[in-house]
Design a protein around this ligand. Structure first.
Ligand code: DHB
Ligand code: FE
Length: 296
């Protein structure tokens, strides 16, 4: 059977992708940010997953105000890096896993979550920047991401957005779906976006280190309480784009210490935690959790 062995949490910032694509990672501004991912890149090499379920948000690239799915799962065989205005990033095409994605769609919809099925989608920085941070630079033609990826898009761009609680519940449904897939697969689930940032309006540039770190403590140690954070708290405390953090609760809800909405199993192992300000306008947070039964 397929198993979720680990969850990865990381901010996405388009400028991080540009810094990698333009060879600026050794510059003073960027060095401390990329140093926070050295452990992660080695860990990915040492523990390559068979599939990544990558929870991210589209930034009006594949979707627009014409159509706003709250939750959308990619069931396609491949996804092209999007052109966000400066040409597509020079990174490899993202291969999908249609069989597992279709199985998850079936199971999660039968568990009463409404998913939009997406058979064609270009993927923007929300998906490619976390992959680049975790996998490093790759040749766009000769290189390849280490495994297939199932893009799982969440609307956090246009109100109304889903609550953290619903995202947490959805993570539990995704884990059940994965565990009912009849093939031995080592699956990662990644929650991306955040942390505090606001790109527009009077509070543009807002960063809230104290709130971010308290939220991270709770995400790791008491996700049941973290899931109850009302959407307005994200916006007030972490800025208008801080709401991206609800996506991290999908990945946290899929870990095996969470059962029927409660913490009942052994806590996952915290393999890595990193926090850095600034990257462009954003506070960057990054955590790796491993399910304890997979720790040797
Ligand atoms: C920035 C951050 C984001 O999450 C995003 O989607 C776009 C820009 C930034 O900090 O520049
Ligand atoms: Fe974003």
């Amino acid at each position: 059977m397929a198993k979720i062995t680990a969850s990865v949490f990381t901010s996405h910032v388009p400028a991080i992708g540009a810094a990698m694509d333009l060879g600026k990672t050794k510059e003073d501004y960027w060095k401390p940010l990329f140093a926070g991912y050295d452990f992660s890149k080695q860990w990915m090499k040492d523990n390559p997953p068979d599939v990544i379920i990558l929870v991210f948000n589209d930034h009006a690239t594949a979707f627009s105000l014409d159509m706003i799915p709250t939750f959308a799962i990619g069931t396609a065989p491949a996804y092209q890096p999007a052109d966000e205005g400066w040409g597509p990033r020079p990174v490899p095409v993202v291969k999908g896993h249609p069989e597992l994605a279709s199985h998850i769609a079936h199971s999660v919809i039968q568990q009463d979550f409404d998913l939009t099925i997406v058979n064609k989608m270009d993927v923007d920085h929300g998906l490619t920047v976390p992959l680049s941070l975790m996998c490093g630079e790759l040749d766009p033609v000769k290189g390849a991401w280490p495994c297939p990826v199932i893009p799982f898009a969440v609307n956090v761009v246009q109100y109304p957005v889903p609550s953290g609680q619903r995202c947490f519940n959805l993570g539990q449904a995704i884990r059940k779906a994965v565990e009912s897939f009849d093939e031995d697969l080592n699956v990662h689930i990644w929650g991306t976006g955040g942390m505090s940032h606001q790109l527009q309006g009077a509070r543009a540039g807002l960063i809230n280190r104290e709130w971010d770190n308290a939220w991270l403590d709770q995400l790791i140690n008491d996700p049941v309480a973290c899931a109850q954070t009302p959407h307005i708290n994200y916006v007030r405390e972490a800025g208008s784009e801080g709401i991206e953090l609800v996506m991290w609760l999908i990945a946290r809800g899929a870990m095996s210490d969470v059962n029927d909405g409660k913490l009942t199993g052994p806590a996952p192992k915290l393999l890595h935690r990193f926090y850095h300000v600034p990257a462009s306008n954003t506070a960057v947070g990054h955590v790796i959790l491993e399910n304890s039964q997979f720790t040797v």
